[in-house]
Design a protein around this ligand. Structure first.
Ligand code: GLU
Length: 430
């Protein structure tokens, strides 16, 4: 089960069902994605060769509004994974009370092996493939793993070419120059940092000098690391595919970020040379290289998985020593591991709450596009904090009522009830 994210998503729903006020028939409907399109994408690469890629777009549930969710480029993308991620987007949008349903897209590819031109062609061909399915008020893609504002610009351009006019609202996470919003790139990381701070307030613990390990130093992990470092926490470990940098005294997040932005890998960073060369690299950062698996089991105050799904499982949960977990990745914990963590009273802030900063600021971008108006960064950040903060408070309130066993179940009951209630008001067509 740990290997199948869709089964894991269903098991999470089942776990919450007993505590949620949801009609059985509606609940059964919510277990099935509305539709999934699979597209074949032949692309002429810069090398002259034609490679045939496979892509998906799943629209999981649209009762609460237009579909919304990112597009990921990764070798392990599959239909089941995209469907699970689309389900999680549905619960996330409902939990943070955005007027959206959930969707997700993905292309099976290894972006590291593709040139910039290859990526542009692949993106345009994928957009053409799913063009009949998306639209500014129908289904609105956004960045996810290995996609970014440039990817969204190509998607927006391709969609607009077919429409015959510019449609900024068809995607979010765009560059500022073409209708993006300030604050979107760092939004998920900012949300993770805000949620970690809220968790510490709730637990009546001080975040100053709290030790944090972050698995993954991509867009989400690196922004969360920077903002938590600014908030006074000590980032003791973070990782990429080559391994994890670990320093119990705290990493120099700025030096590490500069190294990674320049294209460097963690393995080289810990080897020392890169550290001396990086701006601020002579700061005395003295990190060791440990494995990603070791990072997960470090004795820290907070563990933040910010990479792929299914990393905290029945196999390693007994070795985990973190006193709290904040899920920046989608689906990092399997249900079997969850049960053990609940038993051990380790608070786990679930993905659908902890990483909702991205979709919240996507919504704010979409609203600005509708208004044909742009807000300053401060307005965006205030609104992000208000929305993610009140979703946290509502989740805690449900948990403190005492009937649900953990924070994930609290969040799921709220999300399922909201989605089910939309279905009940709308009724069953025809
Ligand atoms: N891909 C992000 C997520 O998993 C953001 C999706 C969006 O902004 O629509 O939440």
């Amino acid at each position: 089960m740990a290997d199948d994210p869709f089964e894991n998503m269903l098991a999470q729903m089942d776990r919450a069902k007993a505590f949620a006020d949801v009609d059985h028939g509606v609940f059964e409907r919510l277990k099935h994605p509305e539709r999934t399109l699979k597209v074949t994408l032949p692309v002429e690469l810069e090398s002259g060769e034609v490679e045939v890629f496979e892509g998906f777009r799943c629209q999981f549930d649209g009762a609460r509004g237009p579909f919304k969710g990112g597009v990921r480029y990764h070798p392990t993308v599959s239909q089941r994974e995209v469907e699970a991620l689309a389900g999680w987007m549905t619960w996330k949008a409902a939990l943070v009370d955005l007027p959206y349903g959930g969707a997700k897209g993905g292309v099976i590819c290894e972006p590291k092996d593709l040139t910039e031109r290859d990526l542009e062609r692949l993106t345009r061909r994928y957009t053409e493939g799913i063009r009949r399915m998306i639209g500014p008020d129908v289904d609105v893609p956004a960045p996810d793993m290995n996609t970014n504002p440039q990817t969204m610009a190509w998607m927006m351009d391709t969609y607009s070419m077919y429409e015959g006019y510019t449609v900024p609202k068809v995607v979010t996470g765009k560059p500022l120059e073409i209708g993006g919003t300030p604050g979107r790139v760092e939004a998920t990381g900012r949300g993770v940092s805000l949620i970690t701070q809220k968790l510490f307030e709730y637990l009546e613990r001080d975040l100053t000098d709290a030790s944090i390990a972050i698995q993954g130093f991509g867009n989400v992990g690196s922004n969360a690391a920077r903002l938590l470092d600014d908030a006074g926490a000590r980032i003791v470990a973070t990782s990429d595919v080559t391994g994890a940098a670990y320093d119990p005294d705290g990493l120099d997040v700025g030096a590490l970020a500069a190294h990674v932005e320049a294209g460097g890998m963690i393995e080289e960073y810990t080897a020392g040379e890169a550290r001396a060369e990086a701006p601020g690299g002579s700061s005395g950062d003295d990190a060791d290289l440990v494995s990603n698996e070791e990072l997960l089991t470090l004795d820290v105050d907070v563990l933040i998985p910010a990479a792929v799904e299914g990393v905290i499982t029945a196999d390693n949960v007994d070795d985990l020593r973190a006193s709290a977990i904040v899920e920046a990745a989608n689906g990092p914990t399997t249900v079997a591991a969850d049960e053990v963590l609940t038993e051990r009273d380790v608070p786990v802030v679930p993905d659908i709450l902890a990483n909702a900063g991205g979709i919240i600021v996507s919504y704010l971008e979409w609203v600005q596009n509708s208004q044909e108006f742009s807000w300053p960064l401060e307005t965006v950040n205030v609104e992000l904090e208000r929305r993610i903060g009140s979703a946290f408070d509502e989740t805690i309130e449900r948990y403190d009522e005492g009937s649900v066993p953990d924070l994930r179940t609290a969040a799921y009951t709220l999300a399922l009830e909201r989605t089910a209630s939309a279905h009940e008001y709308r009724g069953l067509f025809p």
